[in-house]
Design a protein around this ligand. Structure first.
Ligand code: BTN
Length: 319
């Protein structure tokens, strides 16, 4: 793994959004101004805008709230690991599955290769959003994971609502929407052997302060939390609420599966009674959304008949 200590230390200083001269940064980090300039170039590649003004030095275009152990650690829950730079928080937990305990989690400031569902890239600029993963071991194996991703969608909505967000909806199976724009997504990756426990990594990405510059990299309408709440510095608070919600939902899910979440999921359905197109591997089906069944399959009225779908994607075009 590359050593990013110096860049992270520079970002710690720049996070206040004020100008810091190359001289000051060089002195604190005990490196030359030329070295500072090289580190700044990489920081820009991490998705941050850094201004350089003659006579003033470097400043971020906007201050950032870095993740903080003191602010996130919740007394009753296992402490999450706070990572600076990582390929993907899901991959980090998958790589360490043999040595970590169920309930271990991590947040990252930046993902070099954040991934979304269906092989998409998850845009993950430094310090702007939430990138979170949780490892859970389900003793009852693969069958016990049925509908899990829908329950996690509900958990994310619960956390966001406690921060003051309203009008949140879910797009099957687990995208979190606000006014028809995507705010957050869930990616669940698992490994299980027949007869054994299921090892589940639950990844959650929430847009908190996502710059318009990233619009072209995202193939659907999106929104961030700062726009909805018009509040700044909510990353640590959100991280804390997310941890609490996910633990709560996982405990409930372990005990009673999807059943306790179906009613709530249907209440949050973004497309309830709306006509939608579902893209399947072998074509598209159009029907009216009727919510989810006890297994978490999407129910659609197609040609006057209710049919259930386990796969596919509701298509939303960017206008
Ligand atoms: C989606 O496509 O909607 C799912 C997005 C999931 C993104 C999160 S960010 C944290 C975790 N690590 C990843 O690489 N992906 C998930």
């Amino acid at each position: 793994m590359k050593d990013h200590t110096k860049k992270l230390a520079i970002l710690d200083l720049l996070s206040d959004g004020q100008f810091h001269s190359g001289e000051e940064l060089g002195e604190v980090l005990k490196i030359s101004r030329a070295a500072i300039s090289k580190h700044i170039a990489v920081i820009q590649d991490w998705g941050l805008e850094v201004y350089k003004v003659k006579g003033k030095g470097y400043a971020l275009s906007n201050p950032i709230e870095l993740l903080s152990e003191e602010l996130i650690n919740h007394a009753n829950l296992p402490s999450p690991k706070l990572l600076g730079v990582i390929d993907s928080t899901n991959q980090y937990l998958l790589n360490n599955m043999d040595t970590i305990q169920s309930g271990q989690s991590c947040f990252a400031e930046y993902q070099e290769a954040g991934r979304g569902r269906r092989g998409r890239t998850w845009v993950s600029p430094f310090g702007c959003n939430i990138y979170f993963s949780l490892y859970w071991r389900l003793e009852d194996g693969l069958a016990a994971t049925m509908g899990l991703s829908l329950a996690i969608g509900v958990a994310v909505v619960d956390a966001l609502e406690r921060l003051g967000c309203s009008n949140l909806k879910l797009k099957w199976p687990n995208d979190i929407y606000w006014n028809n724009r995507k705010l957050a997504g869930v990616l669940i990756e698992l490994s299980a052997q027949s007869g054994g426990a299921a090892h589940v990594v639950i990844g959650v990405g929430i847009n908190v302060n996502l710059n318009e510059r990233f619009d072209s990299a995202i193939d659907q309408p999106w929104v961030d939390l700062n726009t909805i709440l018009e509040k700044k510095n909510i990353r640590n608070k959100l991280a804390n609420e997310l941890l609490i919600s996910l633990f709560h939902v996982m405990k409930e899910f372990e005990y009673s599966g999807l059943s306790s979440f179906i009613h709530r999921w249907n209440e949050l359905d973004n497309f309830k009674k709306q006509t939608i197109s579902l893209q399947l591997g072998n074509g598209t089906v159009t029907g009216v959304c009727e919510g989810i069944d006890p297994q978490g399959a999407l129910l659609l009225t197609v040609d006057d008949e209710i049919k259930s779908y386990n796969g596919g994607e509701i298509s939303i075009k960017k206008s």
